[in-house]
Structure formats: structure tokens, C-alpha cells
Design a binder for this molecule. Structure first.
Ligand SMILES: [Mg+2]
Length: 229
């Protein structure tokens, strides 16, 4: 429940225990014929519905519930994120800023700056994992980098040539604006994206160095452009 205490001290249930400055800053994405409004936390992307004038009816929604109840909401673009070659560089040497981290199952490499950069994009994007790590991406990299919970694109039909994840990504994003960050994006993906007719941004990273700040700048500008449409 979203409950007013002080003007800066209410907001997202999910963030409630953090002394964060986002309290009270739930973005309104839309409304529906029942007089309800859809709210989204810009810090953790949790979704809520509420009556337009108050907080009594506040209820947390799953993504599916929210899409079903607010079909015309102004959803932020998706941010599809690969892991290998993006968050975890590929190669023997460790680029500056990365540290090795051992989990119960895997030895991974992460950069704290990635967490900072990606958290700053959460107000503008719905994060989605697009990687063969599947749901493990969130359990491992999402948790280490303090990113919000995110879906993973189900990978069911990896292409044998070109951009392997393109068929699954195309099906997943439908007609929604999106940015896709991956080290293995090829001509087929760029051609498909440019023909979609809705805002689409592909960012191909250098697998040896992973995601860089200038690429995050591109994402932020794209997200701001979509938001201001
Ligand atoms: Mg990759």
C-alpha cells in the first residue's frame, strides 16, 4: 500500500526499506475507463494501480495485470540486455574497472559502474534480459549490480546464422519501442530494426571491453526522446 506520511516519505512498497530519494516519485503511465491510474516506480519499476484522487485503493500489479488493465498506458521502451560481451567482457584479460566475483555456481566478472549506469536508466526503460543466461542473468548479475527484477526473453529458436536471438527478440518486443544492447548484432538485426516503424535502437558493444559510458549516453538520449514523443 502507498501511504502518505510526509510528502517525501511515501511511494513504492518495493523501495520502502531503502532510504531512497524516489519516495513519492511514482510516475503515472496512464489511466483506464474504471477511473484508475497506473503508477510505476522509477527506481525499481514496480507497478501499482490507484484511484485518481488518493491512495486507499493502491494495489501492486504484475506486468501482465498492468498490461491487461491499462492497454493504452504510455509504457517506457524496453531495454534488452545481453550479459556476455556486455556486462561481462569476453577474453582473458580483465579490463579496468572490473572485478571477479564468485557465486555459488559461477565465477563472474562485473563492473560496479554498470550498476550505476543502468540504475540511472530505469526511469526511462523497462529492463529485460536477452541472453542465454536466461533467468540466471537476474539472479546473478541483476542482484550483484542492484538492478530491478526483470523478465528474460524466452529463447526458443536461436537462428543458425546472423543474429542468433533475433527471432525470439522480434516476437518478444512486438510493436513496442526498444533498445537492444548486445555484442552480437548483425546486419539482419539492423535491417529489421530500421524497418519496424517504431523507435528502435541497437547498440553493439565491443565484447572485449563490454558496455561503455558513451553507449549508456546513447541509451539515455534514446529513452528521453521516446518519453517526450
Ligand atoms: Mg553476448
Amino acid at each position: 500500500m502507498i501511504r502518505p506520511q510526509r510528502s517525501d516519505e511515501f511511494g513504492c512498497d518495493s523501495c520502502r526499506d531503502d532510504q531512497n530519494r524516489w519516495y513519492g516519485h511514482l510516475d503515472q503511465l496512464g489511466s483506464n475507463e474504471d477511473g484508475l491510474i497506473l503508477l510505476r516506480c522509477p527506481r525499481c519499476s514496480s507497478l501499482y494501480e490507484n484511484t485518481a484522487g488518493g491512495w486507499d485503493a493502491t494495489r501492486r500489479l504484475t506486468k501482465d495485470e498492468a498490461h491487461g488493465r491499462f492497454p493504452d498506458a504510455a509504457w517506457p521502451p524496453l531495454l534488452l540486455l545481453d550479459v556476455d560481451g556486455v556486462l561481462m567482457p569476453v577474453g582473458r584479460s580483465l579490463p579496468p574497472g572490473f572485478v571477479r566475483h564468485r557465486t555459488d555456481e559461477y565465477d563472474v566478472v562485473i563492473a560496479e559502474s554498470h550498476g550505476e549506469w543502468l540504475r540511472a536508466l530505469v526511469p526511462l526503460f523497462d529492463l529485460v534480459w536477452a541472453t542465454t543466461w536466461g533467468t540466471k542473468a537476474g539472479e546473478i548479475f541483476g542482484r550483484l549490480l542492484d538492478l530491478p527484477e526483470a523478465e528474460a526473453v524466452p529463447l526458443t529458436a536461436l537462428a543458425k546464422s546472423g543474429t542468433r536471438e533475433l527471432p525470439d527478440v522480434a516476437r518478444f518486443v512486438g510493436d513496442r519501442p526498444f533498445a537492444w544492447v548486445d555484442d552480437e548484432l548483425y546486419e539482419d538485426a539492423f535491417e529489421w530494426a530500421s524497418a519496424r516503424g517504431v523507435p528502435s535502437l541497437l547498440v553493439r558493444t565491443d565484447a572485449g571491453v563490454g558496455l561503455r559510458e558513451r553507449e549508456v549516453d546513447l541509451l539515455r538520449v534514446f529513452g528521453e526522446q521516446v518519453a517526450s514523443r
